[in-house]
Design a protein around this ligand. Sequence first.
Ligand code: AAL
Length: 385
Amino acid sequence: MKQYILLALSLSAFAMAQAQEKVFPYELPEEKPNRPLSAALERNYDNYLGARPESNELYTQFKYTELKGFDYNANDGTISRRDPSKVIFENGKYYIWYTHRETPVAPVGIPRVEESNDTIPSADWDLADIFYATSKDGFTWKEQGVAVPRPPKPQVGWRSVTTTDVLKWKGKYYLYYQAFSEAPGKSGGDNCPVAVSYADSPDGPWTPFNKEVIPNGAPGSWDQFSIHDPYPIVHNGKIYLYYKSDFGKTKTKDNVRMHGLAIADDPLGPFEKHPLNPIMNSGHETTLFPFKKGVAAFAIRDGNELNTIQYAEDWVNFEIAAMVELMPDAGGPFVADAFTDTKDGRGITWGISHFANPTRDWKKNHVVLVRFDCDLSLDVDDQQM
Ligand code: AAL
């Protein structure tokens, strides 16, 4: 009799557990449950690429590693390297291009126009040239020197050329960059259009096109003060160049940053700004890569949707795909399929980014390049990071 009672009790406990599991499962189901859901749970299934961060292909954590091979004058602030391009692999090695400043003193504050002159920079990216470096393994780099120097006055960019990114198109190479014809901050914002130089080899020599290739917007438009962080990718047989601009009266006040898109059939233009610009409501520097049919973008540091990775299947209308932390500043990823016009982007696992003011001393203010690793590849499994 006692045995029957025990059996009955354990059967009913089992049945209760089963029933409960249907309502409060211990494992979060990957598929959307077929029952009324709270707004938060609806969103969890409708808005993200996976029900848990671990199953969301655009979720990752980031790991950082110091680079070897760069000399920073004992980090005294007189040498800065920042805003790296995406990484490309050519001639058996990796290449990056970046902003290189070497000045007698560091810029104090961001930006300090009153104290700047022909040799004292107003900002970390003032009085800079575009340098490049190569590496066999992505950790140890050899600085190869200048790729694009600032041109003589009054050519566009005579004051500073910065924040470059690379395009490979029909066997030629193109570097797009911010071209300053006055010290950053002088007219409030950065006030720079985009210029371009081209070469037959990633080792140069680079020929400047000597014209603005993407001009600032008309007065009153969202991108009237600057076209920052130009970032080209090949899509649908065209050049999709993403960029960032600042709305705001000054560099430090009321500033809102968003992303825009300009499209061209030819690397030297004309570039047509997308009618839906701005196409991302957040983000600082531009980091994007083909992903499946669409494009994925980092929303770094600024805006309502900061610290997210976003996805646009049509390359224009971005949605939040994942929330992340400790994102790379100014990330320049190694994007193997950036220029192949892929319809099945494979994602990224590493790149170069920057850390600002590593000594935490404004008198030694400068920026250093670092490596980041992440797990945003469709070909590499989670365990490899
Ligand atoms: C960066 C970029 C652009 C800005 C400045 C230098 O991180 O957004 O390049 O002009 O800051």
